[in-house]
Design a protein. Structure first.
Ligand SMILES: Cc1cc2nc3c(=O)[nH]c(=O)nc-3n(C[C@H](O)[C@H](O)[C@H](O)COP(=O)(O)OP(=O)(O)OC[C@H]3O[C@@H](n4cnc5c(N)ncnc54)[C@H](O)[C@@H]3O)c2cc1C
Length: 227
């Protein structure tokens, strides 16, 4: 399961940079926005303005661009962290309406997998799975039987968010202080977007890259600590 979490980019704006450029120009131009849109052909010019506007902190201009991801093979522990982000939308597989069949899928964090407790961990998951099945068999609804499912049980979800929130998400969750699983998930989300929009590589970065220093109590050494 080393390719977990599985992340796909389902949709993105057809004209990401141009949309942001028109949003920026509209704020400072007497022209109708549609005229700005029709005249916008020079990518370098668009990029220069967008970079300047973002550097000035006028970040609402990137809220017009929405990205939709399909995510699976991710633990409920990780999705619980993800749903703390309030400017994102989620549609997540229900543990009430979907009854697990056979042994439920679960995540094994690397540090457990590489430890002497790995076999015991697997046995524990098997025991939980058997007890869950026993409850379902006895007529307990999935919504109650799920009480025994662990944080490690995997989930699937559709996640959508705008570019401003994706930048914020990257800043918090690409930091090495974020747990490895969510860091991996957010890295995959960012990489998929950067593949399509390479100019975003300077914005989909951990917060220390934006600030130029680390404000965490325990830094990783990537940037000097804030004094
Ligand atoms: C390394 C790490 C460890 C964490 N540990 C814990 C923990 O131990 N316990 C815990 O409970 N949480 C923990 N969290 C979660 C954290 O507290 C936040 O809930 C989560 O990161 C979402 O961040 P956010 O509120 O900045 O972002 P979002 O919810 O994505 O919001 C984006 C931005 O919008 C603005 N905003 C959103 N809602 C409001 C509002 N209601 N009022 C004003 N401004 C708003 C803020 O500027 C916010 O930064 C942790 C997060 C990280 C990254």
């Amino acid at each position: 399961m080393s390719d977990f979490p599985i992340v796909d980019l389902l949709s993105k704006p057809e004209h990401t940079l141009k949309t942001i450029y028109v949003a920026c120009r509209t704020c400072y131009s007497a022209l109708y926005p549609i005229k700005i849109w029709e005249d916008a052909t020079d990518e370098e010019k668009m990029l220069n303005l967008v970079k300047k506007v973002l550097a000035s902190g006028h970040h609402s201009t990137v809220e017009h661009c929405q990205f939709v991801f399909a995510v699976s093979g991710v633990s409920r522990a990780c999705t619980h962290q993800l749903v703390r982000h309030r400017h994102m939308s989620f549609s997540q597989k229900s543990q009430r309406y979907v009854t697990e069949k056979g042994e439920f899928e679960y995540i094994t964090p690397k540090k457990i997998e590489n430890s002497s407790l790995n076999e015991e961990y697997k046995e524990m998951m098997k025991k939980i799975s058997d007890f869950y099945a026993k409850m379902v068999e006895a007529g307990i609804p999935a919504e109650d039987a799920r009480s025994v499912l662990p944080n490690a049980a995997t989930s699937s979800l559709i996640v959508s968010l705008n570019l401003r929130e994706l930048m914020h998400l990257a800043q918090l969750r690409l930091c090495t202080n974020a747990q490895l699983e969510i860091r991996t998930l957010v890295k995959k989300m960012c990489d998929l977007v950067i593949e399509q929009e390479p100019w975003l590589k300077d914005y989909l970065v951990p917060k220390c890259e934006i600030k130029g220093y680390c404000d965490e109590i325990r830094g990783c050494g990537r940037k000097p600590q804030k004094v």
